[in-house]
Unconditional design. Structure first.
Length: 335
């Protein structure tokens, strides 16, 4: 007899005790993210049928053109988490500054801050390619009973209490960790529930996929150029296969399942890197390490970097442990 699949809600309740801050608040917060994900998923799946594709006419803090679904997803995630009365602050890639949220008793008693990239890879929406949402959760460091400050958001990645992503693809999946492994849940759209479909997700130690925008090759550091040539060399189990979707969530998700490395190094166009430390790199690094992979800027563990500003960018190398270590070796040798 086939065992009934466990829902995300059931999984959260069953594993709540393994969370080091055992309380219902984190569970409620993840549930609010689950709810917002279902709402955004509904809109993503309608793209092309209604007027929600294309640019909104606005730009975000990074100077990038916002897609209409960027704005929609940002609004829905902020509304849902605010209404649940759990978070004391939210920072979004789409907002200039963090948002301070008071608790319903108006005494600033909520404990968690959330940093979110509401719709990663949103330029892919217009061409019907997978996109995602990335979230990162911390406990506040300023005293309860006071409004949050920038200090609550500028925490190292190694202080995260939970992180995850939702990938809106051929199926919609929510993948998250609270520091006790990585588990993936697939949405059954017929009944609106997420079911545990990928328990204990882990990177293979080695892989044969490299994911990088090779159009920027000439602008890359010498170490990355040499690593790419190493990937293409006919030797042993190489050449590796090149796969690049242009959505961090989608590329990371595939590489975690199949084994591979994702590279978004600094370049002459983006001397500090392009991906955001707080909204993209830290949460993905937390997931990678919990899945027995590795995440680095080429020299330093991503989660050990001290953030200096909300929208800080960093170079990012992430994936199967042996592949990341080989890329780091090339970086060290070619400084």
């Amino acid at each position: 007899m086939t065992r009934k699949k466990q829902t995300l809600g059931e999984f959260i309740i069953e594993h709540q005790a393994s969370f080091k801050y055992s309380s219902g608040e984190l569970s409620s917060l993840i549930n609010s993210i689950r709810l917002a994900a279902k709402v955004v998923n509904h809109e993503v799946n309608k793209a092309g049928l209604v007027d929600i594709i294309g640019q909104s006419g606005d730009t975000n803090i990074q100077g990038e053109d916002q897609q209409k679904l960027d704005v929609y997803a940002n609004t829905k995630f902020i509304q849902t988490m605010t209404n649940r009365n759990i978070v004391c602050g939210i920072a979004s890639e789409e907002e200039d500054d963090f948002i301070s949220i008071n608790s319903q008793d108006e005494n600033h008693q909520n404990k968690y801050v959330v940093l979110i990239d509401p719709l990663d890879g949103s330029t892919n929406i217009d061409v019907n390619v997978s996109v995602g949402t990335i979230f990162s959760i911390y406990r506040r460091v300023t005293p309860q009973g006071t409004p949050v400050t920038i200090e609550d958001f500028l925490q190292k990645g190694n202080q995260q209490v939970a992180a995850g992503y939702i990938v809106y693809g051929t199926s919609t999946m929510l993948v998250y960790t609270t520091g006790d492994g990585v588990n993936g849940f697939t949405l059954n759209p017929a009944i609106g529930s997420f079911y545990l479909s990928h328990p204990d997700m882990e990177f293979p130690e080695d892989g044969n996929i490299y994911s990088v925008n090779e159009g920027n090759y000439l602008d890359f550091p010498q170490g990355i150029k040499k690593y790419i040539k190493y990937c293409q060399m006919e030797e042993g189990d190489r050449p590796y296969t090149s796969r690049y979707i242009g959505s961090l969530v989608s590329d990371f998700h595939r590489n975690m399942i199949k084994g591979g490395i994702y590279l978004y190094p600094k370049s002459t166009k983006n001397p500090n890197g392009k991906l955001r430390l707080l909204y993209e790199c830290n949460p993905i690094a937390f997931l990678a390490e919990q899945a027995k992979g590795k995440a680095s800027d080429g020299f330093t563990r991503i989660m050990d970097i001290q953030p200096m500003e909300l929208h800080q960018r960093v170079p990012f190398i992430c994936g199967s442990r042996n592949m990341v270590e080989k890329a780091e070796e090339f970086m060290r040798e070619n400084q």
